[in-house]
Design a protein around this ligand. Structure first.
Ligand code: CTP
Length: 417
């Protein structure tokens, strides 16, 4: 019997689900990541639940009880329940068969939870906790995941695991660095064998990209990239990827400036994108664009990456000699990630500071003037509004004006004369 150390609201939800399933003689289990993290004492609000009967049997009544909306995917017999502040994944227990290496698996429902656990990547992700009344809290650990958690080992459940699903190679690296675990001996051997068989060519670039991006989002990504380099070679991303000692110095810089920026402005920074830009800095424009396409990077992120590409050769002297308003025109649109990329590469500390202050200022400036105020000042709506607001913004950026009164005087002087 394990003691559930998860927040009371989640326990309440699990109990409701368990009770409702029990009424229909269905066994329900919490599985995978949340169980692993529970034992590690790490916060994880994912609720991954597996039932030993078709989810759709219990879905309507559960949704009603939890006042939730849901989506059911009949082809996989999985569902997502949307509550106010979280969602719950519920799946019908299933077996997987891989018709050929690297392809997506064929899936069959099963009533045997052990088979569902066996299709999973690592022993530490193949544990389940029963959440039904009666057996509430009972741990199912047929592949000794708990023991591996204790020993700090990442272990696959069978020899073909990496061949079945090569994304597990990068997942293994990700969990190693996240949890500070090591690969179990055979797992390491099978991983290297799979790499030498060039298994990555068998999965779609989008799936590979997805895993690479997740690795870049790990806290200890520097260790992750080194491990990826040592075990797989960074050529799996692109033949021109570079990662050397100089880069190793840049990475902590990125993390430091991103942290400072978030602290000062409470705005978000997609730090992982900056690392991606660093890794791909040697690619020419076409190759970079192609990689973004293949990895199915979202539209805005792609824009950011390509914009940074255009700015990466900007002369230091230009940055040095420009006023904030000139910097704005030089670097716009202003993406914090682009500016942090530029800052991290600079040797000159005072220039680093100048760019950082510029970035913070850009993010904090708010104009008192808006369309309504301009109308009150006698302007008619039209393209002039944008022109006025942009001019005001630049004047404010340079510190020429600050208060509402100063804004108004500035507009009158500049545009009403
Ligand atoms: N899984 C798997 N093979 C994969 C991906 C996932 O076996 N290639 C299984 C694992 O059991 C995993 C579960 O599906 O625990 C959920 O996957 P995911 O949400 O991607 O991972 P988590 O383990 O929850 O890890 P994270 O904390 O990174 O979300």
């Amino acid at each position: 019997m394990v003691k559930l150390k998860i927040i009371p609201e989640l326990i309440r939800l699990l109990k409701i689900i368990g009770r409702e399933c029990a009424k229909l003689k269905i066994n329900a289990y919490l599985v995978g990541g949340p169980v692993r993290d529970l034992f590690l004492g790490k916060a994880n609000i994912d609720l991954d639940i597996v039932l030993d009967k078709d989810v759709k049997t219990v879905l309507p009544s559960l949704a009603k009880l939890l006042s939730a909306k849901y989506i059911y995917h009949p082809q996989f017999k999985t569902a997502k329940l949307f509550l106010d502040s979280l969602y719950i994944d519920i799946a019908t227990a299933r077996e997987e068969i891989y018709p050929c290496l690297g392809s997506l698996p064929r899936v069959f429902p099963t009533t045997d939870i052990k088979k569902d656990l066996f299709r999973r990547d690592f022993s530490i992700n193949a544990m389940a906790i029963k959440i039904c009344e009666g057996g509430l809290g009972e741990l199912l650990d047929p592949y000794n995941g708990w023991e591996d958690l204790r020993k700090g080992k990442i272990r696959v459940l069978h020899e073909k695991s990496f061949l079945d699903d090569p994304t597990r190679i990068i997942r293994a690296i990700r969990f190693c660095v996240r949890l500070d675990f090591t690969l179990e001996k055979n797992t390491r051997l099978w991983l290297k064998k799979a790499v030498s068989r060039r298994v990555f060519s068998q999965i779609s670039s989008a799936r590979l990209g997805n895993e690479i991006f997740k690795l870049l989002q790990e806290k200890n990504l520097l260790a992750g990239i080194k491990k990826l380099r040592d075990l797989c070679g960074l050529k799996i991303i692109h033949p021109q990827i570079i990662f050397n000692r100089r880069w190793e110095r840049y990475f902590p810089e990125v993390s430091k400036w991103s942290r400072d920026f978030v602290q000062k402005t409470s705005q978000k920074v997609e730090e992982w994108l900056i690392y991606f830009i660093f890794l791909t800095v040697k690619l020419d424009k076409d190759a970079l664009q192609e990689l973004c396409d293949k990895y199915e990077l979202g539209k805005n992120n792609r824009l950011l990456v390509m914009h940074t590409y255009e700015l990466k050769r900007i002369e230091e002297a230009k940055l040095h000699n420009s006023k904030y308003s000139q910097l704005f025109n030089l670097l716009k649109p202003i993406f914090p990630e682009t500016i942090i990329f530029l800052i991290a590469r600079l040797e000159n500390k005072s220039l680093q500071k100048k760019l950082f202050e510029f970035l913070v200022r850009c993010s904090q400036i708010r104009l008192y003037t808006n369309g309504e105020r301009l109308k009150k000042l006698g302007f008619s709506p039209g393209p002039i509004f944008n022109k006025i607001l942009a001019t005001l913004f630049l004047a404010k950026l340079d510190g020429k004006i600050s208060t509402q009164r100063e804004e108004e005087d500035f507009v009158k002087e500049t545009f009403l004369r």
